[in-house]
Design a protein around this ligand. Structure first.
Ligand code: CUA
Length: 334
C-alpha cells in the first residue's frame, strides 16, 4: 500500500520539475500562464467542491424517503433559502469574473512584451527538424544552425516562425505556450527567459510519422556566452589538417551529403537538410533523437531509416572507413 502511494506520488509530482514542463516556468511568458493555470485550478476546484458538497447535503436531507419529497424544497415564504440562493449566484459570478479578468490580464501582458529588435531569430519547421537562423548584428547576414536555440537571459526575443511543408507547433513548455507554425503564414512568439540552463522544445502538432522525433534543445545563457556562441556560429568551418578528418571532409562535402547539406566554407551549399557547419557544437542530432557522439553520428549516417523511420534523410551507402571518417569530421565541426 505504502509503495503504491509512493509510486502514485512520484508519478503525480514527476511532471512538476524538469526541462520540458510548463509546471516549472523559467520565463515571463511561462510564468504568467502558470499563474493563470493556478487561478483556474483554484476557482474551478472550489466551485466543484461546493457543488459536490451541496449534492451530498441534498442526498443526506432527502434520505427520509418519498414523503419528504412532496414538500417543495424552496417554499415561497422561505427567506433563508432565498438568501442562500443569492449567495450562490454571487459566488458563481465572482468566480467567472476572476477567470475573465485573470485571462484578460495574462493576454495583455503577453501582447505587451517589447521584443529586442537588435536580435532577430527565424525558426522554420520542416518534416522533422527545425531550421534556426540568427541575424548577425555585425554583418546583417543570416547565420544558420538547426535544432538548437540559444537565448540570452533577461532579454525579450521575438522568434519569427515559418513552415516549409505542413502545420507544426513550436513549444518550449518551460518558457512559453504553444504557437502554430503554418505554411504561408508568418507567426511570431516572444520569449523572455529568466533562468540559465538547458531546456527542451517539442513540436506540438501532429505533422507526420516522425512528429514525436521533432524536438530541439534550448540553451539560456549569459549575454557574454551568447555573444561568443553567435560569433562562433558565424565563422565558416575549419579545414582539418589531420588525414582522417581531411578524408571525412572530402566524403561529406564532395559526396552525396553535399546534395542536401551546407558546410559553410566548403563546396557543400545545398539547403534541403540542416546546416552542418557547426554540427559538432550541438547537443543532439536528428532533432533531439540522439545525443551528440561520434558513434551516434556514424549510426545516423549509416542507417537513418532504422533510427528515424520515414526521415527525409536517405540512406547513403558508404564504406565503413568512409562513414567513420565522415562521422569524425562532423564531430570536429565545433
Ligand atoms: Cu512537426 Cu509535429
Amino acid at each position: 500500500m505504502k509503495r503504491r502511494a509512493a509510486l502514485a506520488a512520484t508519478l503525480a509530482l514527476g511532471g512538476c520539475s524538469g526541462v520540458q514542463t510548463p509546471l516549472a516556468p523559467v520565463a515571463d511568458q511561462a510564468h504568467s500562464q502558470y499563474d493563470l493555470l493556478l487561478l483556474m485550478l483554484w476557482v474551478c476546484g472550489i466551485i466543484y467542491l461546493l457543488v459536490l458538497g451541496f449534492l451530498v447535503l441534498g442526498l443526506w436531507r432527502a434520505r427520509g424517503g418519498r414523503a419528504a419529497a412532496a414538500t417543495p424544497m424552496l417554499a415561497p415564504a422561505d427567506k433563508r433559502l432565498g438568501r442562500l440562493f443569492a449567495v450562490w449566484v454571487a459566488v458563481i459570478v465572482v468566480g467567472l469574473l476572476l477567470l475573465a479578468v485573470g485571462s484578460f490580464l495574462v493576454e495583455r501582458s503577453l501582447a505587451a512584451a517589447q521584443a529586442d529588435e537588435t536580435l532577430r531569430i527565424r525558426v522554420t519547421a520542416h518534416q522533422w527538424w527545425w531550421r534556426v537562423a540568427y541575424r548577425d548584428p555585425a554583418s546583417g547576414r543570416w547565420i544558420e544552425t538547426a535544432n538548437e536555440l540559444h537565448l540570452p537571459v533577461g532579454r525579450t526575443v521575438r522568434i519569427e516562425l515559418g513552415s516549409a511543408d505542413v502545420i507544426h507547433s513550436f513549444w518550449v513548455p518551460n518558457i512559453s505556450g504553444k504557437m502554430d507554425v503554418i505554411p504561408g503564414r508568418a507567426n511570431a512568439i516572444d520569449l523572455t527567459p529568466r533562468r540559465l540552463g538547458w531546456f527542451r522544445g517539442q513540436c506540438a502538432e501532429f505533422c507526420g510519422v516522425q512528429h514525436a522525433h521533432m524536438a530541439f534543445d534550448v540553451k539560456v545563457e549569459t549575454p557574454a556566452e551568447f555573444a561568443a556562441w553567435l560569433a562562433a556560429q558565424a565563422r565558416p568551418a575549419v579545414t582539418p589538417t589531420d588525414a582522417t578528418l581531411a578524408h571525412g571532409m572530402q566524403v561529406v562535402t564532395q559526396g552525396q551529403c553535399a546534395m542536401c547539406h551546407t558546410v559553410r566554407g566548403t563546396a557543400a551549399r545545398a539547403r534541403n537538410g540542416p546546416d552542418l557547419t557547426h554540427i559538432g557544437s550541438r547537443r543532439s542530432i536528428a532533432a533531439g533523437t540522439l545525443t551528440m557522439t561520434r558513434a551516434h553520428l556514424q549510426g545516423w549516417i549509416a542507417q537513418p531509416q532504422a533510427i528515424k523511420p520515414g526521415t527525409m534523410m536517405p540512406t547513403v551507402t558508404l564504406s565503413p572507413a568512409d562513414a567513420n571518417a565522415a562521422a569524425a569530421y562532423l564531430e570536429s565541426l565545433k
